[in-house]
Design a protein around this ligand. Structure first.
Ligand code: ATP
Length: 255
């Protein structure tokens, strides 16, 4: 994507997210161990690791949704939950997390991206409706805006969830497997949008266990296997020896 403009590692002054020695346990399972990492403005980072490597847990830590066993997480220089509640962090779940029977239209789902800004009782203003319209156009779903989200294809559903994140106008976007189960058109569109977001100065972190879509086009690859294996430019991080370490880690380890 914009690799030349964002060499790794990022200087501390740029950090949108800083993790320092973060360890997270889910009961007996050690999900993250002593992870220290910084994420800069204006970059696309691919968060790569096998199933169970801790990618979702890392996102949860950045959103302040999981207690830390040790370490600290700062987002925009403060506690993660403060940044999330202020709408500065958008999380995009996997497209298949949407229940087919979910009764909302695509437009209503995208409008949910504005809720943090609307407040509980405020009605959508023209600026909110414009932001929703713009987000729908950017993911090329304007024509399907009134359709129930459950009636969309996998790629279209993912694009609708991305539109919700775009409508939120967050500075930090965390995307969970946005390329899983999407068609080629959606894949190209999503990859192009991520590049544009980074050029606008936003930070984008994309989790994937698939090496064929994003990682070699990202600014950096964060290789995770419960511990941080490496964070570097794709050509370095995706070298066979780092990949072997990331994809062969013992899965049975417990705290
Ligand atoms: N709520 C939970 N309770 C118990 N164990 C959990 C919980 N959430 C995650 N884990 C465990 O923590 C580890 C890390 O899980 P996590 O979901 O963060 O990995 P992941 O890289 O996102 O995996 P995937 O690619 O399958 O989504 C795994 O061993 C998982 O089984």
């Amino acid at each position: 994507m914009t690799a030349a403009a964002h060499p790794a590692p990022h200087p501390e002054s740029d950090a949108v997210v800083s993790l320092d020695g973060v360890t997270v346990r889910h009961g007996e399972v050690l999900a993250l161990e002593d992870v220290s990492l910084e994420i800069a403005a204006g970059s696309v980072d691919a968060l790569v690791g096998m199933n169970g490597a801790g990618k979702s847990t890392l996102f949860a830590a950045i959103m302040g949704r999981v207690p830390l066993s040790s370490g600290t997480v700062r987002v925009f220089g403060g506690p993660p939950s403060v940044a999330r509640k202020a709408g500065r962090v958008a999380f995009m779940p996997q497209g298949d997390s949407v229940d087919r029977a979910f009764p909302l239209s695509v437009r209503e789902v995208v409008t949910m991206g504005r809720y943090g800004r609307l407040g509980a009782m405020r009605r959508a203003r023209a600026s909110d409706r414009d932001a929703v319209q713009d987000a729908l156009a950017r993911v090329q779903l304007s024509d399907l805006a009134e359709r129930p989200i459950g009636a969309l294809s996998g790629g279209q559903r993912t694009r609708a969830l991305l539109a919700r994140a775009l409508a939120q106008d967050a500075e930090l976007l965390l995307l969970d497997e946005p390329f899983a189960g999407v068609d080629q058109r959606s894949e190209a569109l999503i990859a192009g949008l991520l590049t544009q977001l980074a050029r606008d100065g936003r930070s984008v972190v994309v989790s994937t266990h698939d090496l064929t879509t994003l990682p070699d086009r990202a600014d950096r690859v964060i290789l995770l296997a419960r511990r941080l294996i490496t964070v570097d430019k794709p050509e370095v991080a995706l070298a066979p020896e780092s990949l072997a370490r990331a994809f062969q880690f013992p899965r049975e380890e417990r705290s």
